[in-house]
Design a protein around this ligand. Sequence first.
Ligand code: NAD
Ligand code: USQ
Length: 408
Amino acid sequence: MNDSANVIVLGGDGFCGWPTSLRLSSEGYNVTIVDNLSRRKIDVELGCRSLTPIETIERRIQVWQEQTGRTINFVNLNIAEDYHQLRDLIVELQPQAMVHFAEQRAAPYSMKSPKHKRYTVDNNINGTHNVLCAIVESGVDVHLVHLGTMGVYGYGTAGMTIPEGYLNVKVDIEGTDHQIEIPYPPHPGSIYHMTKTLDALLFYYYNKNDGVRITDLHQGVVWGTNTEETLMHPTLINRFDYEGDYGTVLNRFLVQAAVGHPLTIYGQGGQTRAFIHIRDTVCCISLAITNPPAKGERVQIFNQATETHRVRDLAALVSQLTDAEVRYYVNPRNEALENELVIRNDKFMRLGLNPIRLSEGLLGEVVDVAAKYRDRCNMEKILPSSRWREDIPFDREGSSAPQQAVLA
Ligand code: NAD
Ligand code: USQ
C-alpha cells in the first residue's frame, strides 16, 4: 500500500483519468483529481454526450467512498489559467507524482475551425507549461507522468521499428562517424498531435534546466470502457465517446455495430495504428509511477501501446463478429492512404505489463455496453463534422468500396 503518498491526477474526470484515479486510490495513494470539467462542456457544445450515463464528479467520488472507504479529493481549476492555485496545491500536497491527462485530446475537434485550433494550442501548451513552471516554483520534487501520444512519431511509413522516444543516428563529424541518440523527429498529423510534440520540447527544457523528473507516455488509441474499479458500481461507470470528434476508431466501430449504423471507414482504411485497452492504460500508469526516473536522468519515454492494427482489418473483424455493414467514406483527414507501423514497447514489458490483446470476448463486452445504452446514441452525430481542410467534402453517404482519393 502507498498510504502516505499523495498523487494529483490532472484531468481525472476524463475517459482515461477517471479509471486511473480509481486504480491509484485502490492501490492506496491519496488521490486528488484536478479538472475544470471542460470535456463535459464540450459535450454541450457538440450537442452530444457520453454513450454511458456518467454521473457528476461529486457523486462519482461519493460512491467510491461508500464502496471502498477511500477518499478521492476534487479541485475544480483550469491548469492553463489558474497558475497560482495549481502551484499552491502542489506546495500543500507535496505529491510524489502528478499524472497529466488534462489536455484537449481529439484530433478532429482541434481541426474544426480556427477557434478550435487556437483553443487546443492555448489549453494544451499553457497547461503543460504551467504544470512544469509550478513544479519548479513549488520546490517539490514531483515526478510528472504525462500522457503523450504515439502520433508524435507520425503516421507515414518510418521503414523501421519505432523506438521509445530516442533515435540512434550516425553523424559525420569532421570525417569520422559518431553514433549519437537524439529525440525522435516530431511528425504531427493534426493541431492536437502538434501540441503533444510541443509538450515534448517543454519537457526536454525543464528536465535539462531544472532537473524535473518526467515520464512521457506515448500512448496509442485507447479502446474499451470498463475497468475492474468502474465495474464496482453503476455510478462509477466510465465515459464512452462515439461521435465524430471524440470517438476513437475501434470504440466507434463497436458502437456503430451495436446501433445498426454502417462501420465508417475513412478513405481506404489503410492507416495502421497502435492500440491499447483501457485496462492496460491504468496498469501502465501505475507502473510508471512506481518506476520514476532518477534525479538527473533525462526525460523517460515509454511507448504505451500493446498491438498495431490496420483500420480496415478492424472493421472486417467487427463486421465478422456482428454482421455489421462496412462503408467507405471520403477521408476528412489529411493522412497517408496506407502506412506500416512497427513499434517497440519493451520498457513496459520489462516492468511486468501483461498485455490485453484484442479478442472476441473483449470486443463483445464493448458491444454489449454499447447495446445496453443504444437509446442514448444520437445517430446524427456519428458521421464526422470536422475536416483537415476546407476543400475536403463531407461525405454523408459513403460507398461499398473505397472512394477515389481526394487528397494527393
Ligand atoms: P478526456 O477528454 O476524456 O479527458 C481529459 C480531461 O482533462 C477532461 O476531464 C477535461 O475536462 C480535463 N481538462 C482538459 N483541459 C483542462 C484544463 N485546462 N484544466 C483542467 N482540466 C482540463 O481525454 P482522455 O481520452 O482521457 O485522454 C487523456 C489524455 O490521454 C490526453 O492528454 C490524451 O491526449 C491522451 N491520450 C488519449 C488517448 C485516447 O485514445 N483516449 C490515446 C492516447 C493519448
Ligand atoms: N478512422 C476511420 N473511421 C472512423 C474514425 C477513425 O477510418 O470512424 C481512422 C482515422 O482516419 C485514423 C484512425 O482511424 O486513421 C485513428 O483515428 P482515431 O480517431 O481513432 O485516433 P486519433 O485521431 O489518432 O486520436 C486518438 C485519440 C488521441 C490519441 C491518439 C493516439 O483521440 O487523443 O493521441 O488516438 S494515436 O492515434 O496513436 O496518435
